[in-house]
Design a protein around this ligand. Structure first.
Ligand code: ZN
Length: 692
């Protein structure tokens, strides 16, 4: 029996992958990798591009083509067996990565090649990144410190994975069974149908509410029963903690403390004062002062408006229901009611115009017009779930250029939120030539009772967002994987194409390409579209300060970490909330315990990247505002300069080449409706990723 993970094909045969294939495949790949490293290290003084760099890249690519599907399946089709196999590999992978990262002979080989005068700019950038990353992996540390660095890496790999597992288990660990329909008063029919489906899946009568986003959000927004909202809010905001209905189960308290301590120690080993400094080493932002002033400046601009918006909401709740103590579990509920009262628009009004199938084809048409590419549905044999679709990306001459997989719906054992991941990187080197493949994963409401999946406008934005990341990965023309697509792009610039593409969800011209009522085929009526625009700035300052709260909290816990005092997670969060929160949550709120972005994802001391990149994306889009949202020349230039070149050039240089000047914050403020209510805005928050 052959191992499907070791077969030489771009994508594995998903239908044949079993948990028992995982560890043997990883063992084999590590053994092969070690043999190659030993061979190359022994002749590092004769290292050449072809005989050294290309051979390492070929082996790395083979490795990632085997591991990417495993880690993908672990996120979208989790099971006890797969999780055990995945977890068994983590320490081996971490050890191997440290070994390679700290190999001084390899480092010397790379240095030697980097000095060659005949390298092209992409090769030069790739080598500069590699040398920097080896330095950050501890290659030039003395032996005892190298050993400690490796221990830290091992522990962090285990702990961050533990954090994510705790959040997933705590999310799946809670549900509420309801047998009396009156408890669900206010919920839209689609949400009730979903709750009924969730009950049926558990062989229960009535309705079941869960903490998955498609269940959680409608309750917070529409359930008239305040006690129910509070109950669901409490279960959600205490996941994986010492509080709430599952208190002590899957508790992340100690995990977070340890993660922060180890990150700090690693930063100091490398000569940085703290982990925030280490985090910035490969980013666009120059230093920690620049990040703190950026965030504090935005906070100063937004907080008064946010507090005024909250006061307006308090007044509204008092007038409507005589409510005197507006609480966090009332924010979305009265927010939605106030939005309807003021702008006569609710999420439900727009959903009929956004059936998933129509949105997907419209999104393709937008990209076709902007970037001159084509999209075609393709066969879907042997995938991991029947919901998954596959698309081929073609150039104007019809030649295939890339492909991607879309896994659209929420289901059990699938990680919440939305994301894009590279499955295969574009690679033209060392005799190998392959096209990029991407995974796009969302958690939309599945079709229920014969009705199609209808998206909220916010969900349409989410799909465009992930598609923007996908285009960055797929349209690259760079031949070397470490700087192709999103690889090598500084983390604080990586959200540029994704947030940029969200803008086309707000333009009449692009909505007319796809937004059609799923029953009547009518486009969005003018009056409804106008109300959508009018409502665009609604509570935008409250949303801005919420993102700033996350960003400041994340940055400060890493910047101010002091081993003598511990992580002080809630002390710092409290200070941040005094500064930027519109409404402070109750003391039992345990938001950090579920903040996977920074404790399990790549955003540690980097959550500010969303806002940072939003400056870039808003400013880039302002060029389309000046020249027309489908201006062909501007679209092609965006494709050529930003999407195709990926990480092969300096991010600031690419931006200024495209925009004709350095980025300015003005467009972001205008688009977010901060300090002005005159212009249409783009509130490119990533609420779904943040909350779920
Ligand atoms: Zn993103």
């Amino acid at each position: 029996m052959t191992n499907p993970l070791l077969e030489d094909r771009t994508l594995p045969d998903f239908g044949r992958i079993r948990p028992e294939h995982v560890e043997p495949a990883v063992d084999q790949l590590i053994a092969d990798g070690r043999a190659l490293v030993a061979e190359l290290a022994a002749k590092a003084d004769e290292a050449t591009w072809e005989g050294f760099v290309e051979r390492i890249e070929i082996e790395d690519d083979r490795f990632s083509r085997a591991w990417a599907p495993v880690s993908h399946l672990n996120s979208v089709l989790n099971s006890d067996e797969l999780r055990a196999a995945y977890n068994a590999c983590l320490p081996k992978l971490s050890e191997y990565a440290s070994e390679v990262g700290q190999n001084a002979d390899l480092f010397r080989g790379y240095q030697r090649i980097a000095e060659r005068p005949d390298l092209n700019p992409a090769q030069r950038k790739m080598l500069a990144n590699t040398l920097r990353d080896l330095h950050l992996a501890g290659v030039d540390l003395p032996e005892d410190k190298k050993a400690r660095y490796r221990d830290i890496s091992q522990s962090l790999s285990r702990l961050t994975n533990q954090f994510a597992e705790n959040v997933l288990d705590a999310t799946n660990g809670w549900h509420k069974h309801i047998t009396d329909e009156s408890a669900l008063a206010g919920l839209p029919d689609a949400a009730k149908a979903l709750a009924r489906q969730a009950a049926a899946e558990r062989k229960l009568d009535g309705w079941v509410l869960t903490l998955d986003f498609p269940s959680f959000e409608p309750v917070m927004k529409h359930a008239d029963d305040r006690a129910l909202r509070r109950e669901v809010y409490e279960a959600f905001s205490t996941r994986a903690s010492d509080q709430g209905p599952q208190a002590g189960g899957w508790d992340n308290t100690a995990v977070m403390e340890e993660i922060l301590a180890l990150r700090h120690e690693r930063a100091q080993l490398l000569g940085f004062d703290n982990y925030a400094e280490l985090s910035l080493a490969p980013k666009m932002a120059r230093d920690t002062d620049e990040v703190m002033s950026f965030l504090n400046d935005l906070a100063d601009r937004a907080i008064h408006q946010a507090r005024a918006e909250l006061q307006e909401l308090r007044d509204f709740a008092r007038e409507t229901d005589g409510l005197d103590d507006l609480a966090p579990w009332d924010l979305m509920y009265y927010g939605e009611k106030l939005r309807v009262a003021r702008f006569d628009i609710s999420d439900e009004d727009l959903k009929p115009y956004f059936p998933l199938e129509g949105v997907i084809s419209g999104m393709f048409r937008v990209a076709e017009r902007l970037f001159d590419v084509r999209f075609e549905p393709a066969e879907t044999d042997n995938l991991w779930h029947p919901d998954v679709r596959r698309y081929v990306v073609k150039d104007t001459d019809g030649s295939p250029w890339a492909e991607f997989y879309l896994d659209p719906f929420a289901r059990q054992k699938k990680q919440g939120g939305a994301w894009m991941n590279g499955a295969v990187s574009r690679m033209v080197m060392g005799g190998r030539s392959q096209q990029p493949i991407a995974y796009l994963v969302c958690n939309f409401t599945p079709p229920v009772d014969g009705h199609p999946s209808l998206l909220t406008h916010r969900e349409v934005e989410t799909l465009f967002h992930e598609f923007g990341h996908g285009l960055h990965h797929m349209l690259t023309r760079v031949d070397y994987p470490p700087v192709a697509g999103i690889h090598g792009v500084p983390w604080d610039a990586v959200e540029l194409p994704s947030q940029f593409l969200e803008n086309w969800c707000w333009e009449r011209e692009s909505l007319d390409l796809f937004a059609r009522h799923h029953e009547t085929g009518e486009p969005i009526p003018d009056a409804l579209f106008q109300r959508l625009l009018d409502a665009k700035h609604f509570q935008s300052a409250m949303q801005m300060v919420r993102q700033l709260e996350f960003a400041l909290f994340d940055f400060r816990i890493h910047l101010e970490y002091d081993p003598a005092r511990g992580a002080r997670i809630y002390e710092i969060l409290d200070q941040v909330r005094d500064q930027v929160a519109a409404l402070k949550p109750p003391a039992w709120n345990r938001f950090p315990h579920g903040f996977s972005h920074i404790f399990a994802g790549g955003y540690a001391a980097g959550y500010f990247s969303y806002k940072w990149a939003e400056v870039l994306s808003a400013d880039a889009f302002s060029l389309f505002e000046e020249r027309g949202v489908f201006d062909a020349d501007t679209g092609h230039r965006f494709r050529e300069i930003i999407l195709e070149r990926g990480g092969s050039s300096d991010a600031m240089e690419l931006f200024t080449t495209f925009r004709g000047r350095e980025p300015k914050v003005d467009a972001l403020l205008r688009h977010s409706g901060i300090g002005t209510h005159l212009q249409p805005a783009t509130d490119a928050e990533t609420a779904i990723q943040d909350v779920a």
